[in-house]
Design a protein around this ligand. Structure first.
Ligand code: ADP
Ligand code: MG
Length: 559
């Protein structure tokens, strides 16, 4: 070995390592999932680059991941013939974390095992999860296409520093050796590992091989494949079990939890592609990060192209995970082509519809799961009407609101429910926006509606006022903000009501005039209103004024 060096981990890595070892205590076996997933990514990556430069394959033959154990030494070894890494890449990839929002995430840790393990699960622990089971990790790697003497040896005990050196490595790719801790030595067992592979990695496209056992259960020199090695999405739907769909999700989304729903479709004809889309059970930590990347895994004829293809779904559906495999795109597809291709445009339209249908079905079939979905992703979905005109009605049908007809304050009312129980003569959907449900419930604006028994939707998400600016109608009924302008209740007001109001207005002319003079420029008008049954007065916004919520947002951003 030459060029030896000892380097420190980036602070975030040190923190992550400590937290991870502590909080993932009951999920130890995920290290194997993470390492196999990296090996599989490295293989995909090499295959992709070899399209343009076949010499990178170095005559290596079939892509494969080999896993072996040594009981006496207490080690697990995972080796792939993928792309490998050069020295700079090793330092960057195995010494730092490049993802945006990492520091924030780490600050959010509570020290409580269950909560932290969920947070960390959302984040995806990746390579560093090796240290959950190992007290020393060694990586031997060489970049495909680089000279044999540019191999790299990385090793660390996970405590703050790592050693790095140059060594000869004749074959390209990466070998990782885990020296197990005293209390995790159980993992140095072929059968134990086979079981974990079945659970987490059966559907990995590359072959996963382990030493063939002879009759006495001894490992020989031959290797045998231990996974199914068929890309799961290429299989017919009724051939795939729910369990397989779930574990494929956990692998693709790096989530410990089960997805809420999925939709697997093969499209033939004009456009040919397969999609497998999932609704996660919870929001990723970077859902609202501006510079975070989102998207689906894109394959072209089963060759992996990119991890985060964000061209296939609109931004308001960025929480959807899964895979698209197209037969119509070229393998040399670039980002620019992806951006402008009409093929992608048609796929996006179709996939968007699929997702909206999948969510609609979830809402119909399983109210409890849908409530969970809404809790996690409702606010993102509310970005929809502004982004996707064509689907506004479909998106709106998925919304859930709190309402004066449900004291729980939970967002439980669908617009279809509302419309279904509208009063005779009611042709509008009434809503009120405020800061919190409690504040809304006490609003004097509601008095007349309570009296007449008319339902009002109560909106208190930050995004609501902005969103309602794009949502004009549902089921041909227009929306009315009850805090604005002259409230015309249409035929909900009987002619006696109207006559009474006119009379009251006449009788109060003098009083109204005096109030106007007293308030001067502070208000634009003073009117006698039928809004109130108990409170003497209420502040109402003009028809076209910026609402209270929007005004606060604008003030907060200094406008
Ligand atoms: P992620 O896979 O989410 O990028 P990881 O922590 O799992 O995060 O891996 C960090 C990076 O290290 C990978 O993105 C990849 O560049 C590199 N890497 C890890 N394992 C391998 C491997 N077996 N072969 C080549 N590169 C690898
Ligand atoms: Mg990884």
């Amino acid at each position: 070995e030459t060029h030896k060096e000892t380097l420190g981990f980036q602070t975030e890595v040190k923190q992550l390592l400590q937290l991870m070892i502590h909080s993932l205590y009951s999920n130890q076996e995920i290290f194997l999932r993470e390492l196999v997933s990296n090996a599989s990514d490295a293989i995909d990556n090499l295959r992709f680059q070899a399209i343009a430069r076949p010499e990178l394959l170095e005559g290596q033959g079939e892509p494969r991941i080999r896993i072996s154990t040594d009981k006496d030494a207490g080690t697990v070894t995972i080796e792939d013939n993928g792309i490998g890494m050069n020295r700079d890449e090793v330092v960057a990839n195995l010494g730092t974390i490049a993802r945006s929002g990492t520091a924030e995430l780490l600050r959010g840790m509570t020290g409580e095992q269950k909560k932290d393990s969920q947070l960390i699960g959302q984040f995806g622990v990746g390579f560093y999860s090796s240290f959950i089971v190992a007290d020393k990790v060694e990586v031997f790697t060489r970049r495909a296409g680089a000279p044999a003497d540019e191999g790299v040896h990385w090793s660390s005990n996970g405590e703050g520093e790592f050693d790095i050196a140059t060594l000869d490595k004749p074959e390209p790719g990466t070998r990782i050796v885990l020296h197990l801790k005293e209390d995790t030595r159980e993992f140095a067992d072929d059968w134990r590992l086979r079981g974990i592979i079945k659970r987490y990695a059966d559907h990995i496209g590359a072959a996963i091989e382990m030493p063939k056992q002879d009759d006495d259960g001894k490992a020989g020199d031959e290797w045998e494949s231990v996974n199914d090695a068929s890309a799961l999405w290429t299989r017919p739907r009724n051939d795939v079990t729910d369990e397989e769909y779930r574990s494929f999700y956990q692998h693709t989304a790096h989530d410990f939890e089960d997805p809420l729903a999925w939709s697997h479709n093969k499209v033939e004809g004009n456009l040919e592609y397969t999609s497998l889309l999932y609704v996660p059970g919870r929001a990723g930590f970077d859902l609202y990060h501006r510079d975070a990347s989102h998207g689906l895994k894109l394959y072209v004829q089963r060759v992996f192209i990119t991890d985060r293809a964000d061209q296939f779904l609109p931004h308001y559906l960025r929480f959807i995970r899964g895979v698209v495999d197209s037969s119509d795109l070229s393998l040399n597809v670039s980002r620019e082509i992806l951006q402008n291709s009409p093929v992608i445009g048609s796929m996006k339209t179709a996939l968007t519809k699929r997702v909206l249908d999948m969510l609609g079905k979830l809402a119909n079939d399983d109210a409890e799961k849908y409530a969970k979905f809404w809790d996690q992703f409702g606010e993102v979905l509310k970005e929809g009407p502004a982004e996707d005109f064509g689907n506004t009605e479909k998106i709106a049908a998925l919304f859930r609101f709190a309402s004066t007809f449900d004291d729980s304050g939970k967002p439980s009312v669908a617009l279809a429910d509302y419309v279904g129980r509208m009063k005779d003569g009611q042709d509008k959907i009434y809503y009120l926006i405020g800061e919190s449900h409690t504040q809304l419930q006490g609003s004097p604006h509601l008095e007349v509606f309570r009296k007449k028994g008319v339902e009002v939707l109560l909106l208190s998400d930050r995004i609501d006022e902005w969103m309602m600016g794009y949502l004009r109608e549902f089921d041909s009924k227009s929306f009315v903000d009850i805090s604005r302008g002259d409230l015309d209740l249409g035929s909900l007001d009987s002619s006696e009501d109207k006559a009474a109001l006119e009379e009251a207005a006449k009788a109060s002319e003098g009083l109204v005039g005096r109030i106007k003079t007293a308030l001067g420029d502070q208000v634009s008008d003073v009117r006698v209103s039928h809004r109130l049954t108990e409170s003497p007065a209420v502040l109402a916004a003009g028809e076209h004024d910026v609402g209270a919520q929007m005004r606060q947002i604008l003030e907060a951003t200094g406008q």
